[in-house]
Design a protein around this ligand. Structure first.
Ligand SMILES: [Zn+2]
Ligand SMILES: [Zn+2]
Length: 254
């Protein structure tokens, strides 16, 4: 991932709040299109121009060829409000985040996220690197961002052990027919139909009575064998190709 800066000049007198709202709209649309990553972006006003710093998946994520219609409309609104078109500068490599997947055509994908993850929730299954949303079918991008927000919220609640809600949150993350996982199924189907690439869903797993019982666990959907000989990416112990599911041996028994 790369840290980028966007600079927007004021070409005429403009209310600060109006300028902030059209800039915030552009950032929202960029985020829903996967061109920038994260939730909160400080907008610095220097009297004559605005500066925004954020993280992008690739050096050329803000290239026009990745813009969708909503991003282009947000650009037009900047001009209508008397602001210049943004200038972009890549500041450097972001040292904490995952590298974007380099595959031209990944052989398989997985929908995966966590409470701390802000990069794309779709990863190449071979390299386990995130695939920018603007390289996925357009109709799935914003829905994937919304799905990731819900997933992150459930994961955060169970990590923080908010007791009255923890069980429901874990169900959402770990049952193949929960609302969250059915949404993931719909997104997986859409991506699969468009890219002709298998798309797996990950089922989180905690609890269980013993390691032996965990290892004997069957696919929750088709009840077939799905234990892998070797864990994949030190994370997935189970994989069912027929159902497109991945899971782990319960975190309580590892
Ligand atoms: Zn890859
Ligand atoms: Zn199965």
């Amino acid at each position: 991932m790369y840290v980028c800066q966007l600079t927007i000049n004021c070409l005429q007198d403009i209310e600060l709040s109006s300028a902030q709202s059209v800039i915030a709209k552009l950032l929202d649309e960029y985020r829903y299109n996967g061109q920038i990553i994260g939730r909160e972006f400080p907008i610095i006003f220097n009297g004559e121009f605005f500066e925004v710093i954020f993280v992008c998946p690739e050096q050329d994520s803000l290239s026009e060829r990745y813009n969708n219609e909503a991003v282009n409309e947000a650009f037009e609104n900047l001009s209508l409000q008397g602001l210049s078109l943004p200038e972009f500068e890549v500041k450097g490599l972001e040292s904490h985040s995952d590298f974007t997947d380099l595959c031209h055509e990944p052989t398989a994908l997985v929908i995966y996220s966590t409470f701390v993850q802000s990069c794309s929730p779709v990863r190449c299954l071979e390299h386990f690197s995130p695939v920018p949303l603007y390289k996925l079918p357009e109709q799935t991008r914003k829905s994937l961002v919304k799905w990731q927000e819900s997933y992150g919220a459930c994961d955060q609640l169970q990590m923080n052990e908010v007791q009255q809600i923890e069980q429901g949150a874990v169900q959402q993350l770990s049952e193949s027919n929960s609302d969250l996982m059915l949404q993931a199924q719909k997104l997986a189907d859409d991506i699969e139909a468009n890219l002709k690439t298998p798309v797996y869903r990950y089922l989180y797993r905690v609890g269980g009575d013993s390691l032996a019982e965990e290892q004997a666990r069957k696919c929750p959907s088709c009840h077939g064998e799905w234990l892998l000989e070797q864990p994949l990416h030190d994370l997935f112990d189970f994989k069912c190709d027929a159902c497109g599911l991945l899971s782990n041996i319960s975190w309580d028994w590892q």
